[in-house]
Write a protein of this length. Sequence first.
Length: 320
Amino acid sequence: MSAPQIVRPELPPLSGVDRVLLVAATVLGVGVGGVGLAMSFDTVSAAAARWGFTTPGMLPLAIDLAIPVFTVVNLLLIRMDMPLAWVRFVPWLLTGVTCWLNIAAGTSVSAKVAHGTMPLLWVVLSEVAAHVYAAGIGAVTGRRMEKIRRSRWLLAPVSTFTLWRRMTLWEITSYGDALARERERQLARADLRAEHGRRWRSKTDRRTRVLLKLGELAPATADPEPVPAPEGPVPAVPPVPPKPQARKRPAKPPVKSGRRTLDDVLSEARAVTAAWPVEHLTAERIRQAVSCGAAHSRTVRDALRADRTAGDSGPEAVAA
Protein backbone atom coordinates (compact mmCIF):
# COMPACT_ATOMS: atom_id res chain seq x y z
CA MET A 1 0.00 0.00 0.00
CA SER A 2 1.23 3.49 -0.78
CA ALA A 3 1.84 5.79 2.16
CA PRO A 4 -1.24 7.84 3.06
CA GLN A 5 -0.95 11.60 3.19
CA ILE A 6 -1.03 12.91 6.75
CA VAL A 7 -3.51 15.78 6.72
CA ARG A 8 -4.04 18.06 9.64
CA PRO A 9 -7.65 19.06 10.34
CA GLU A 10 -8.51 22.67 9.63
CA LEU A 11 -8.99 24.98 12.57
CA PRO A 12 -12.63 25.74 13.41
CA PRO A 13 -13.80 29.32 12.89
CA LEU A 14 -13.64 31.72 15.83
CA SER A 15 -16.68 31.65 18.08
CA GLY A 16 -18.31 34.69 19.63
CA VAL A 17 -16.31 34.33 22.85
CA ASP A 18 -13.10 33.95 20.87
CA ARG A 19 -13.80 37.15 18.93
CA VAL A 20 -14.49 39.06 22.15
CA LEU A 21 -11.23 37.82 23.66
CA LEU A 22 -9.36 38.70 20.46
CA VAL A 23 -10.71 42.25 20.43
CA ALA A 24 -10.01 42.69 24.16
CA ALA A 25 -6.45 41.35 23.79
CA THR A 26 -5.83 43.63 20.81
CA VAL A 27 -7.09 46.74 22.59
CA LEU A 28 -5.21 45.97 25.80
CA GLY A 29 -2.08 45.02 23.88
CA VAL A 30 -2.09 48.30 21.97
CA GLY A 31 -2.60 50.14 25.26
CA VAL A 32 0.27 48.33 26.97
CA GLY A 33 2.53 48.85 23.96
CA GLY A 34 1.65 52.54 23.88
CA VAL A 35 2.51 52.91 27.56
CA GLY A 36 5.86 51.23 26.99
CA LEU A 37 6.57 53.48 24.00
CA ALA A 38 5.67 56.63 25.98
CA MET A 39 7.80 55.62 28.98
CA SER A 40 10.74 54.78 26.72
CA PHE A 41 10.34 58.12 24.95
CA ASP A 42 10.42 60.10 28.20
CA THR A 43 13.35 58.15 29.65
CA VAL A 44 15.59 58.28 26.58
CA SER A 45 14.66 61.93 25.88
CA ALA A 46 15.77 62.97 29.36
CA ALA A 47 18.97 60.97 29.04
CA ALA A 48 19.66 62.39 25.56
CA ALA A 49 19.31 65.92 26.93
CA ARG A 50 21.97 65.11 29.56
CA TRP A 51 24.16 63.62 26.83
CA GLY A 52 24.13 66.90 24.89
CA PHE A 53 21.59 66.22 22.10
CA THR A 54 20.11 69.45 20.72
CA THR A 55 16.79 67.72 19.94
CA PRO A 56 16.65 64.90 22.50
CA GLY A 57 13.12 63.83 21.57
CA MET A 58 14.17 62.74 18.10
CA LEU A 59 16.46 59.98 19.38
CA PRO A 60 13.81 57.73 21.04
CA LEU A 61 11.19 58.66 18.44
CA ALA A 62 13.37 57.52 15.54
CA ILE A 63 14.50 54.26 17.18
CA ASP A 64 11.14 53.19 18.66
CA LEU A 65 9.16 53.94 15.49
CA ALA A 66 11.75 52.26 13.28
CA ILE A 67 11.06 48.90 14.97
CA PRO A 68 7.47 48.45 13.66
CA VAL A 69 8.39 50.16 10.37
CA PHE A 70 11.07 47.60 9.52
CA THR A 71 8.80 44.83 10.78
CA VAL A 72 6.10 45.89 8.31
CA VAL A 73 8.70 46.22 5.53
CA ASN A 74 9.85 42.65 6.17
CA LEU A 75 6.25 41.37 6.00
CA LEU A 76 5.57 43.25 2.77
CA LEU A 77 8.69 41.77 1.18
CA ILE A 78 7.50 38.30 2.17
CA ARG A 79 4.05 39.09 0.80
CA MET A 80 5.54 40.13 -2.57
CA ASP A 81 7.76 37.00 -2.67
CA MET A 82 10.92 39.12 -2.42
CA PRO A 83 12.22 38.31 1.10
CA LEU A 84 15.53 39.66 2.35
CA ALA A 85 17.06 37.62 5.15
CA TRP A 86 18.87 40.52 6.82
CA VAL A 87 15.78 42.78 7.06
CA ARG A 88 14.19 40.60 9.75
CA PHE A 89 17.20 41.23 12.04
CA VAL A 90 16.91 45.02 11.88
CA PRO A 91 13.97 45.21 14.37
CA TRP A 92 15.88 42.92 16.76
CA LEU A 93 18.98 45.13 16.55
CA LEU A 94 16.92 48.27 17.17
CA THR A 95 15.24 46.52 20.11
CA GLY A 96 18.63 45.88 21.69
CA VAL A 97 19.62 49.51 21.13
CA THR A 98 16.50 50.99 22.73
CA CYS A 99 16.72 48.59 25.70
CA TRP A 100 20.38 49.51 26.22
CA LEU A 101 19.60 53.24 26.11
CA ASN A 102 16.81 52.79 28.67
CA ILE A 103 19.12 50.78 30.93
CA ALA A 104 21.84 53.41 30.61
CA ALA A 105 19.35 56.10 31.66
CA GLY A 106 18.71 54.42 35.01
CA THR A 107 20.56 55.49 38.14
CA SER A 108 20.16 52.27 40.17
CA VAL A 109 19.80 48.55 39.46
CA SER A 110 16.03 48.66 40.00
CA ALA A 111 15.70 51.71 37.75
CA LYS A 112 17.80 50.06 35.03
CA VAL A 113 15.60 46.93 35.11
CA ALA A 114 12.40 48.99 35.03
CA HIS A 115 13.57 51.27 32.22
CA GLY A 116 14.86 48.32 30.19
CA THR A 117 11.58 46.41 30.56
CA MET A 118 9.25 49.19 29.37
CA PRO A 119 10.31 49.25 25.69
CA LEU A 120 9.98 45.47 25.53
CA LEU A 121 6.20 45.86 25.83
CA TRP A 122 6.06 47.72 22.53
CA VAL A 123 8.57 45.37 20.87
CA VAL A 124 6.77 42.19 21.96
CA LEU A 125 3.48 43.54 20.62
CA SER A 126 5.10 44.24 17.24
CA GLU A 127 6.66 40.77 17.09
CA VAL A 128 3.37 39.01 17.92
CA ALA A 129 1.52 40.93 15.22
CA ALA A 130 4.30 40.17 12.72
CA HIS A 131 4.20 36.45 13.57
CA VAL A 132 0.43 36.25 13.05
CA TYR A 133 0.64 38.02 9.69
CA ALA A 134 3.63 35.96 8.50
CA ALA A 135 1.90 32.71 9.51
CA GLY A 136 -1.17 33.72 7.52
CA ILE A 137 0.93 34.48 4.45
CA GLY A 138 2.78 31.17 4.75
CA ALA A 139 -0.46 29.21 5.09
CA VAL A 140 -1.85 30.73 1.88
CA THR A 141 1.28 30.56 -0.27
CA GLY A 142 2.46 27.18 1.05
CA ARG A 143 5.96 28.52 1.77
CA ARG A 144 5.80 28.40 5.55
CA MET A 145 7.95 25.55 6.86
CA GLU A 146 6.12 23.52 9.48
CA LYS A 147 8.08 22.67 12.61
CA ILE A 148 8.96 19.17 13.76
CA ARG A 149 7.74 18.09 17.17
CA ARG A 150 10.23 18.47 20.00
CA SER A 151 9.35 15.00 21.28
CA ARG A 152 10.55 13.52 17.97
CA TRP A 153 13.87 15.35 18.29
CA LEU A 154 14.20 13.85 21.78
CA LEU A 155 13.21 10.27 20.90
CA ALA A 156 14.99 9.96 17.52
CA PRO A 157 17.49 12.80 17.06
CA VAL A 158 19.47 11.25 14.19
CA SER A 159 16.52 10.31 11.97
CA THR A 160 14.77 13.58 12.86
CA PHE A 161 17.81 15.56 11.73
CA THR A 162 17.81 13.62 8.45
CA LEU A 163 14.10 14.37 8.01
CA TRP A 164 14.65 18.07 8.77
CA ARG A 165 17.58 18.17 6.33
CA ARG A 166 15.46 16.77 3.50
CA MET A 167 12.65 19.24 4.26
CA THR A 168 15.13 22.12 4.11
CA LEU A 169 17.02 20.97 1.01
CA TRP A 170 14.00 20.08 -1.12
CA GLU A 171 11.57 22.77 0.14
CA ILE A 172 9.11 20.32 1.70
CA THR A 173 7.07 22.75 3.77
CA SER A 174 4.53 20.23 5.09
CA TYR A 175 5.62 18.08 8.03
CA GLY A 176 2.96 15.49 7.18
CA ASP A 177 4.18 15.30 3.58
CA ALA A 178 7.74 14.81 4.80
CA LEU A 179 6.65 11.94 7.07
CA ALA A 180 4.76 10.27 4.21
CA ARG A 181 7.80 10.57 1.93
CA GLU A 182 10.05 9.11 4.63
CA ARG A 183 7.69 6.16 5.07
CA GLU A 184 7.72 5.50 1.30
CA ARG A 185 11.51 5.79 1.26
CA GLN A 186 11.93 3.25 4.06
CA LEU A 187 9.55 0.80 2.36
CA ALA A 188 11.32 1.18 -1.00
CA ARG A 189 14.69 0.70 0.67
CA ALA A 190 13.46 -2.48 2.39
CA ASP A 191 12.17 -3.83 -0.95
CA LEU A 192 15.48 -3.12 -2.69
CA ARG A 193 17.45 -4.82 0.08
CA ALA A 194 15.13 -7.83 0.03
CA GLU A 195 15.58 -8.10 -3.76
CA HIS A 196 19.33 -7.48 -4.08
CA GLY A 197 20.70 -8.34 -0.63
CA ARG A 198 23.11 -6.37 1.53
CA ARG A 199 24.90 -4.89 -1.53
CA TRP A 200 21.68 -3.46 -2.97
CA ARG A 201 23.23 -0.02 -3.48
CA SER A 202 25.80 -1.31 -5.97
CA LYS A 203 23.17 -3.41 -7.79
CA THR A 204 20.62 -0.61 -8.15
CA ASP A 205 20.68 1.85 -11.04
CA ARG A 206 21.63 5.45 -10.31
CA ARG A 207 18.19 6.91 -11.09
CA THR A 208 16.53 4.65 -8.56
CA ARG A 209 19.09 5.62 -5.91
CA VAL A 210 18.47 9.33 -6.58
CA LEU A 211 14.69 8.89 -6.37
CA LEU A 212 15.16 6.95 -3.15
CA LYS A 213 17.28 9.77 -1.73
CA LEU A 214 14.62 12.32 -2.64
CA GLY A 215 11.86 10.20 -1.14
CA GLU A 216 10.03 10.08 -4.50
CA LEU A 217 10.37 6.36 -5.18
CA ALA A 218 7.10 4.50 -4.71
CA PRO A 219 7.38 1.18 -2.82
CA ALA A 220 7.08 -2.06 -4.71
CA THR A 221 3.89 -2.93 -2.79
CA ALA A 222 1.85 -0.21 -4.46
CA ASP A 223 -1.84 -0.81 -5.09
CA PRO A 224 -2.38 -2.92 -8.22
CA GLU A 225 -4.42 -1.45 -11.03
CA PRO A 226 -7.96 -2.82 -11.48
CA VAL A 227 -8.29 -5.72 -13.91
CA PRO A 228 -10.10 -4.61 -17.09
CA ALA A 229 -13.30 -6.45 -17.99
CA PRO A 230 -12.89 -9.06 -20.74
CA GLU A 231 -14.10 -7.99 -24.16
CA GLY A 232 -16.56 -9.95 -26.23
CA PRO A 233 -19.60 -12.03 -25.27
CA VAL A 234 -19.48 -13.91 -22.00
CA PRO A 235 -20.32 -17.62 -22.40
CA ALA A 236 -23.45 -18.69 -20.63
CA VAL A 237 -23.03 -20.82 -17.53
CA PRO A 238 -25.11 -23.99 -17.50
CA PRO A 239 -27.79 -23.83 -14.83
CA VAL A 240 -26.95 -27.21 -13.26
CA PRO A 241 -23.39 -28.16 -14.05
CA PRO A 242 -22.65 -31.84 -13.62
CA LYS A 243 -19.40 -31.14 -11.83
CA PRO A 244 -18.06 -27.86 -10.39
CA GLN A 245 -14.99 -26.73 -12.23
CA ALA A 246 -12.37 -24.42 -10.86
CA ARG A 247 -12.30 -21.16 -12.81
CA LYS A 248 -8.98 -19.54 -13.48
CA ARG A 249 -8.65 -15.99 -12.35
CA PRO A 250 -7.43 -13.55 -14.99
CA ALA A 251 -3.83 -12.58 -14.51
CA LYS A 252 -3.30 -9.13 -13.00
CA PRO A 253 -1.25 -6.68 -15.03
CA PRO A 254 2.21 -5.92 -13.69
CA VAL A 255 2.47 -3.03 -11.28
CA LYS A 256 3.83 0.09 -12.89
CA SER A 257 6.84 1.56 -11.17
CA GLY A 258 7.86 5.19 -11.00
CA ARG A 259 5.90 8.31 -10.17
CA ARG A 260 3.26 10.48 -11.77
CA THR A 261 4.37 13.21 -14.11
CA LEU A 262 3.44 16.85 -13.70
CA ASP A 263 0.93 16.55 -16.55
CA ASP A 264 -0.83 13.67 -14.77
CA VAL A 265 -1.04 15.66 -11.54
CA LEU A 266 -2.31 18.73 -13.43
CA SER A 267 -5.01 16.74 -15.23
CA GLU A 268 -6.21 15.19 -11.98
CA ALA A 269 -6.17 18.55 -10.22
CA ARG A 270 -8.26 20.15 -12.98
CA ALA A 271 -10.90 17.47 -12.56
CA VAL A 272 -10.91 17.66 -8.76
CA THR A 273 -10.93 21.47 -8.50
CA ALA A 274 -13.38 22.20 -11.29
CA ALA A 275 -16.02 23.45 -8.85
CA TRP A 276 -13.62 25.15 -6.42
CA PRO A 277 -13.63 28.96 -6.09
CA VAL A 278 -10.43 30.78 -6.98
CA GLU A 279 -9.59 31.62 -3.36
CA HIS A 280 -9.48 27.89 -2.51
CA LEU A 281 -6.80 27.22 -5.13
CA THR A 282 -3.90 27.12 -2.69
CA ALA A 283 -0.85 24.88 -2.77
CA GLU A 284 -1.77 23.13 0.49
CA ARG A 285 -5.37 22.33 -0.55
CA ILE A 286 -4.25 21.04 -3.95
CA ARG A 287 -1.51 18.91 -2.37
CA GLN A 288 -4.04 17.30 -0.02
CA ALA A 289 -6.63 16.77 -2.77
CA VAL A 290 -4.40 15.03 -5.34
CA SER A 291 -1.69 13.68 -2.99
CA CYS A 292 1.29 15.28 -4.68
CA GLY A 293 4.49 16.92 -3.52
CA ALA A 294 4.86 20.51 -2.38
CA ALA A 295 6.75 21.58 -5.52
CA HIS A 296 4.14 20.09 -7.85
CA SER A 297 1.30 21.61 -5.81
CA ARG A 298 2.71 25.12 -6.24
CA THR A 299 3.19 24.62 -10.00
CA VAL A 300 -0.33 23.20 -10.39
CA ARG A 301 -1.75 26.06 -8.32
CA ASP A 302 -0.19 28.64 -10.66
CA ALA A 303 -1.46 26.75 -13.74
CA LEU A 304 -5.01 26.46 -12.39
CA ARG A 305 -5.12 30.13 -11.47
CA ALA A 306 -3.86 31.01 -14.94
CA ASP A 307 -6.64 28.86 -16.44
CA ARG A 308 -9.24 30.64 -14.32
CA THR A 309 -7.87 34.04 -15.33
CA ALA A 310 -7.95 33.11 -19.02
CA GLY A 311 -11.46 31.73 -18.64
CA ASP A 312 -12.71 34.92 -16.96
CA SER A 313 -11.20 37.18 -19.62
CA GLY A 314 -12.55 35.07 -22.51
CA PRO A 315 -16.23 36.19 -22.51
CA GLU A 316 -15.21 39.84 -22.12
CA ALA A 317 -12.94 39.61 -25.15
CA VAL A 318 -15.70 38.05 -27.20
CA ALA A 319 -18.22 40.73 -26.14
CA ALA A 320 -15.75 43.47 -27.07
